[in-house]
Design a binder for this molecule. Structure first.
Ligand code: UDP
Length: 239
């Protein structure tokens, strides 16, 4: 089996885990994603996974309801740890070796994030789930994904979403929206397309890391995108 990318950082939004529930975690949905991850991991792809927390808490949304923003962000980061543990459990039930490394130390049930140790786990074929984002408020797990991707030397960032890629308009609101097969980070930033937040995109752009945005709900899409098939939208560095 020929994979184009050998080391991959997969970003899964919290919402991707909620499945039909609309909030929180749907165990069947987590299991489906774990099955997709297990297949490529068994084929030897080195996989780092960053999980979001938007299915439980987002700091900005809490701040809009009157909470302190930093407290809200701390709650959001804790939400990502809950999701990471759920994903670890599902991956272990697939028979994979995994580690959760958290940017906020919680040594009773996660390892602290230690870059060299994370790389060693990947070399040994373990899936490393990076939890608690960057450990800092005012940032998102998209930024954490780009940061960790750079740190582990990933060949690509895979951003798993609920739509088939990046469109010129919101495809849920506008059925005539057109999907890009490729776009540059600058164009995505300038057109204010909802790809990743601008901090994440500029970090990826400045460090030469491309992103594939694709639909996680289509079985086999993780594998197809790692094989380099045209799945979703490729976000390029530009000239
Ligand atoms: N968060 C944070 N710093 C980080 C990553 C996340 O403060 O480095 C908080 C922030 O409140 C964010 C929440 O955790 O809204 C959940 O992450 P995110 O919104 O990125 O989750 P996703 O949209 O991917 O589900």
């Amino acid at each position: 089996m020929e994979y184009r990318y050998k080391t991959v950082l997969l970003k899964i939004s919290g919402e991707a885990l909620q499945g039909p529930l609309g909030f929180g975690l749907d165990p069947d949905t987590v299991d489906d994603i774990a099955t997709q991850i297990a297949e490529v991991s068994r084929d030897g792809v080195r996989l780092g996974v960053v999980i979001g927390g938007g299915n439980i808490f987002r700091g900005q949304a809490l701040a809009e309801r009157g909470l302190n923003r930093v407290t809200g962000d701390h709650m959001g980061m804790l939400a990502t740890v809950i999701n990471a543990l759920a994903m670890q459990d599902a991956l272990e039930r697939q028979g994979l070796a995994t580690r959760v490394q958290s940017a906020i130390t919680m040594v009773e049930f996660t390892e602290p994030y230690i870059r060299r140790r994370a790389i060693r786990h990947l070399e040994k074929g373990r899936v490393v789930i990076f939890a608690a984002g960057t450990g800092n408020p005012y940032l998102t797990t998209d930024t954490a994904a780009v940061l960790r991707a750079n740190e582990i030397g990933a060949d690509i960032i895979l951003k798993a979403t609920r739509v088939d890629g990046i469109y010129d308009r919101d495809p849920i609101k506008y059925p005539q929206a057109v999907r890009f097969t490729e776009i540059t980070y600058l164009e995505a930033i300038n057109r204010k397309l909802q790809v990743m937040d601008t901090t994440a995109m500029s970090l990826a752009m400045d460090n030469g890391l491309e992103t594939v945005v694709f639909n996680l709900q289509k079985q086999g899409n993780i594998k197809r995108s790692i094989m380099g098939e045209q799945v979703g939208t490729l976000v390029r560095i530009g000239d």
